[in-house]
Design a protein around this ligand. Structure first.
Ligand SMILES: [Zn+2]
Length: 268
């Protein structure tokens, strides 16, 4: 009887932990501790800070092109959730598209839905399909709640760490230098905010969802791995979507793996 109790308790706790939420399209379970309004507020704050120094592009043709690509991706994804009567992770976000003056090869999308594309990346890509691959990846981070997940993990780690430290200090069995080593090992002391580096798993997931979004919007998904090849050959700066976690080879392999699945969405 006692054993059964523990089995049930373990199952319930495990279910609680893992059933918090699941990522749209991939179904991966994730723990989200922050409310959407918390994330929106933090994100809007980050955007305000960014907007203080960023300058909007004066290239009207390029701005229009970026807006068309982003809108196509957003509309295709939104329609998919509506048509299939699925929970829509795009609802409630304030989608906004900016092209900014900068030669930096970069782009990002805040969790609140602010998409920012730099002129540098718009000039760098070979075609609209490749730019759709970049933007699709960035939008995917937002709709998969990657920032919330990352912050939640940091909070859980911190809480766990505090509990262990309090217990260790109370027992008086751990020396100060051991505590210092423990702190470093946990990587604490870093800043928590909306723009935390994404994990390797999240980067690969953003590539996966981005690919599906490209297909839904009628873009050529075969151009996505070509873009990463071009990026790795460029080899200068490391923009968000080329962050160091997944190697280029893994990234391209991952895209190839989901190519056929993504193409099927084009017909849906
Ligand atoms: Zn990314």
């Amino acid at each position: 009887m006692k054993r059964l109790f523990w089995i049930v308790l373990t199952v319930v706790l495990t279910a609680l932990i893992y059933a918090c939420s699941s990522v749209a399209l991939t179904g991966r379970r994730q723990v989200l501790l922050y409310s959407n309004s918390d994330i929106m507020a933090l994100s809007e704050e980050s955007y305000k800070e960014f907007a203080q120094t960023a300058k909007a592009s004066t290239n009207t043709v390029m701005t229009q092109k970026v807006r068309v690509i982003c809108s196509k991706l957003l509309n295709a994804m939104n329609n998919y959730f509506i048509t299939n009567e699925l929970d829509n992770p795009m609802q409630g976000l304030n989608w906004r598209i900016d092209l900014v003056q900068s030669e930096e090869i970069n782009a990002f999308c805040l969790p609140s839905g602010n998409i920012v594309v730099y002129e540098g990346i718009a000039n760098f890509v070979d075609n609209d399909d490749q730019l759709a691959a970049v933007v699709g990846h960035e939008i995917a981070h937002a709709i998969a709640n990657h920032s919330n997940e990352r912050m939640s993990r940091a909070t859980l780690t911190e809480n766990l760490h505090n509990t262990i430290m309090a217990a260790a200090q109370a027992s008086g069995k751990v020396t100060d230098s051991q505590l210092a080593v423990f702190n470093t090992a946990l990587g604490l002391g870093g800043q928590y905010g909306v723009i935390l580096p994404f994990s390797r798993k999240q980067e690969l997931e953003a590539d996966h969802i981005g690919l599906i979004m490209m297909a839904m919007a009628g873009y050529n998904v075969e151009e996505a791995p070509k873009l990463w090849v071009k990026m790795s050959q460029n080899g200068q700066e490391v923009p968000e979507f080329m962050s160091t976690h997944p190697s280029d080879v893994n990234r391209i392999k991952n895209l190839e793996k989901y190519m056929e699945e993504a193409k099927a969405y084009a017909a849906k």
